[in-house]
Ligand binder design. Structure first.
Ligand code: FMN
Length: 181
């Protein structure tokens, strides 16, 4: 059942931790959220679509609806996790060439809180374009949970090992903080 004011969109990108996104779904549902999973097209290969549909009771969406299809419930908050190098850079640039990015492009202007929890290795994280994207999103008031005590980039090739300790709960805490302001 969709409760007004409690719809959380989780935007999943194509990174190693995506296979465990069900953990974030559980944490969010425990707090009373109705969860809608949005996957980037490449993320569909990283997630258990039927498992997540069963867990959320909602279809996983990765494409725009057809014009005659009903609108999905509006998001009250959006978490992007795991957020890739690619999606973070595109979001910061305002690119809207996937359904997930289209939602992100519009959300800040609609007043929908967005929290970004990256999952990138240290090689991606060291790049100037990436650092600029993180700064630019933060300057717009969009929290990017990157740094000490948040997501700390892993060594290249070590993503599989670190997905166990990926801080899913931090993204929910940040959304809560935002909604209390
Ligand atoms: C097995 C595998 C693991 C990957 N892990 C990551 C990752 O941890 N972080 C990242 O930014 N990109 C990672 N990539 C690259 C992204 O999948 C790629 O940039 C993709 O275009 C991202 O698309 P999206 O941002 O639309 O999800 C990985 C690719 C593969 C094949």
């Amino acid at each position: 059942m969709t409760q007004p004011g409690k719809v959380l969109y989780i935007i999943v990108c194509a990174a190693g931790a995506a296979r465990d996104v069900g953990r974030l779904v559980t944490l969010a549902q425990d707090e009373g959220w109705t969860v809608q999973i949005i996957a980037t097209p490449p993320a569909l290969d990283f997630i258990d679509v039927p498992g997540l549909e069963k867990q959320t009771g909602r279809p996983v969406r990765s494409q725009y609806r057809k014009p005659d299809e009903p609108r999905p419930p509006r998001a009250d908050a959006i978490i992007v996790a795991p957020a890739t190098y690619n999606t973070i850079n595109k979001f910061a640039q305002g690119i809207a060439d996937t359904y997930a990015l289209g939602l992100l492009a519009e959300a800040p202007g609609l007043g929908i809180p967005v929290v970004v929890l990256p999952f990138v290795n240290s090689a991606f994280a060291s790049r100037v374009p990436f650092r600029r994207s993180v700064e630019s999103l933060r300057a717009e008031g969009i929290p990017v949970l990157l740094g000490p005590g948040q997501f700390e980039p892993h060594a290249p090739g070590a993503g599989g090992e670190t997905s166990e300790t990926y801080p899913w709960a931090l993204a929910l805490e940040e959304i809560k903080r935002h909604r209390l302001q």
